[in-house]
Structure formats: C-alpha cells, structure tokens
Design a protein around this ligand. Structure first.
Ligand SMILES: [Fe+2]
Length: 220
C-alpha cells in the first residue's frame, strides 16, 4: 500500500500537469479561434407554412417515388463554436428554391409551377460531433439572385445564426447584391463553398461541405 505522502505527492504532480494542459489549451484556443461564419439576411422566403415533410432528404417528399428535378447534392458539415468544438443537438434548417427558382413560400410570385417533388425545406439535429447532413439539389439562380441555400441554426429555442451559402466560383456571385455586401475576404470565404462531383457517381451526384462557426453556445 502506498504511503499517504507518496499519494499526496502524486496528486500534486497530476494537478500540475492538468494546470499546464489547461494553460496550453487556453492559449491554443485563443491563438486558433475560428472566425464566425458570416450572417446573411433571412430573405422573404422562409416557409410561411412548413411542409408536412421536414426531414433532411429534400429530394423525396414523404413516401413519394418521383425524386425532385435537379442535380442531387449531398450537403454536409459541422456546427462549431469558436474553439472548433462541435455543437450537438443544434437544429439546422435549410430552405431553397426548386430547379425552376420557385420557393414553397405562398408569397413567391413566380409564375412557374413548383416542383411538387422538391421538399424545399429540411431540418436536421446535429449529432455529438456537431455534424449535419442533407440530400438536396444543387442551388440554381433565380431573377436577381445567384445560387444559394438558406441556413438557420438554432439551439434550445434560440437562433444562433441565419445565413446563406454560395457556390464557389459561380459567375453570378459578384453580381449578387447580398453576396457582394460581404466585403471581408474571410467572411466571404466562410459562406462560399465548393460543390464537387462525387467521384464514381453514375448519376452525377455532387458533394458540398459547409462548416458553420457560431459565436454563442447555450448549454440548453
Ligand atoms: Fe433565396
């Protein structure tokens, strides 16, 4: 059996180590603090009436067998705090127009018929690593706007961020007033992401990754 002296000494040693690690982590976190994802306007088309199906597969509505028209896109990422830690149980909502540029919002005055097989809105609850996933279509332009997908992140009933993500290199971006209003290059980069072909996909699927850094992380 160890003597009390050795035990105490050992405890002190462990405490010293822990303190050192904490100091190191604090320094590291400060030095490597992530830039928050730029906020963007919600716009007029957040659904005024949510669809019956609000899952994370926007290609199929309920048990439909006809998929939405568009380029199938696997959209994933993580919700992070400024230290890079994943935020679990965050609600990620996306909404976007269909392949003809029509939103599910009743106020969308577009005269084109809406693709009834496109869900237009979806929700996902992040897992323990803060990850989310949606299957949707690659966003398309509509009059006055470059392609984009709207995002809202909530946790514990609080809205953490409302933003939009854009296709990196799309020629419509510089002409888009909302994208262009973000003038800081890092902020612009935070909402402009790559949409890349999935290698080996026979049907031309696309993958896009959008990590979102939020500033407030309520524990609820
Ligand atoms: Fe929009």
């Amino acid at each position: 059996m160890q003597s009390p002296f050795i035990l105490t000494d050992r405890r002190r040693f462990i405490a010293t180590l822990a303190l050192g690690a904490a100091a190191f982590t604090a320094r590291g976190a400060f030095a490597e603090q992530l830039a928050r994802t730029a906020a963007q306007t919600e716009g007029p088309f957040y659904p005024d009436r949510l669809p019956l199906d609000t899952d994370n597969d926007l290609i199929i509505v309920n048990n439909g067998i006809t998929p939405a028209v568009g380029e199938i896109t696997h959209l994933s990422g993580r919700i992070l705090d400024e230290t890079g830690a994943g935020i679990r149980n965050a609600v990620v909502e996306i909404w976007q127009c269909d392949h003809e540029g029509v939103y599910i919002h009743s106020g969308d005055v577009s005269r084109k018929p809406r693709d009834g097989n496109f869900q237009g809105f979806g929700r996902f609850l992040t897992d323990s690593s803060g990850s989310y996933y949606f299957r949707t279509i690659k966003p398309v332009p509509y009059p006055g706007r470059t392609p984009h997908i709207h995002f809202k992140v909530k946790k514990g009933g609080r809205e953490l961020l409302t933003t939009q993500c854009y296709i990196k290199g799309h020629p419509g971006n510089p002409k888009d007033g909302i994208w262009s209003s973000v003038t800081d290059p890092r902020a612009r980069e935070s909402i402009t992401i790559e949409f890349n072909p999935v290698s080996g996909s026979a049907i031309g699927e696309i993958a896009a990754k959008f990590d979102i850094v939020v500033g407030r992380t309520p524990t609820a």
